[in-house]
Design a protein around this ligand. Structure first.
Ligand code: MD6
Ligand code: FE
Length: 218
């Protein structure tokens, strides 16, 4: 058991036999959500029916290739004014849909499986990738509570995830993420640069990749 840099969460991923370690405080739980994929997908579809997927503009004015929406008390927003969390969907002016119970349970169980206690996400970002979508190398640093981990769940098509270092120019490792894989990371790895290099599938199929990321944003 090691105390992380922020002192308020512990990590013990070596104790979990199904966890691949990415770095200190960061693990891939292979297939952790596999038995729940149908329920999760139905709940994603219900959120999207209330808060449709959309392509945010970056602060520089570029349309993101990944389509996004949110559920939970706050949602991640990007536009010309910058990246931030907000309580309302800027399209509908309504509060973001509530986090489905299946999401809350998965985020809690996955974080506990690698030793993070009392993870209480208030934000869930839903990302949808078509075959041409990419997510360039970035840090997740718009959250107020950087002592809390992030839990990330993959559904649909497999993807090549890039896992870098604490500097943008650090070497990156390519990690294949399959549907049902859950990545949990925090502690000394919380600000590691990462991205999605590609999504694998054939262009004739109508398939997409979904990713859920749970955060304690405020
Ligand atoms: C994705 N994930 O897997 C993109 N960010 O589609 C992320 O950007 C991410 O997986 C923070 C923590 C975990 C993640
Ligand atoms: Fe991220």
């Amino acid at each position: 058991m090691t105390l992380d840099l922020f002192g308020n969460h512990t990590t013990d991923d070596i104790a979990n036999p199904h966890a691949d370690t990415l770095g200190p405080g960061a693990s891939v739980l292979r297939g952790f959500a596999r038995s729940r994929l149908a329920v999760l997908q139905a709940d994603i579809d219900a959120v999207i029916a209330q808060a449709p997927l959309r392509h945010w503009l970056t602060p520089g004015g570029k349309r993101m290739s990944v389509a996004m929406t949110n559920c939970g008390e706050v949602g991640w927003i990007s536009d010309r004014m910058g990246y931030r969390y907000g309580t309302h969907d800027p399209l509908s002016k309504q509060p973001w849909p509530a986090m489905p119970a299946s999401f809350v349970a998965l985020a809690r169980e996955a974080s506990e499986a690698v030793g993070y206690r009392n993870f209480a996400p208030d934000a869930c970002l839903i990302n949808r990738y078509t075959l041409d979508a990419r997510l360039t190398l970035h840090q997740d640093r718009d959250e107020r509570e950087l002592g809390a981990p992030i839990v990330s769940v993959s559904l649909g098509l497999p993807a090549t995830f890039l896992w870098g270092g604490l500097q943008r120019g650090d070497r990156t490792r390519r990690v294949r993420l399959e549907p049902g894989d859950v990545v949990v990371w925090g502690g000394p790895s919380r600000l590691v640069y990462h991205g999605i290099a590609s999504v694998e599938g054939s262009f004739d199929a109508q398939a997409v990749r979904y990713n859920l990321t749970f955060r304690q944003a405020r």
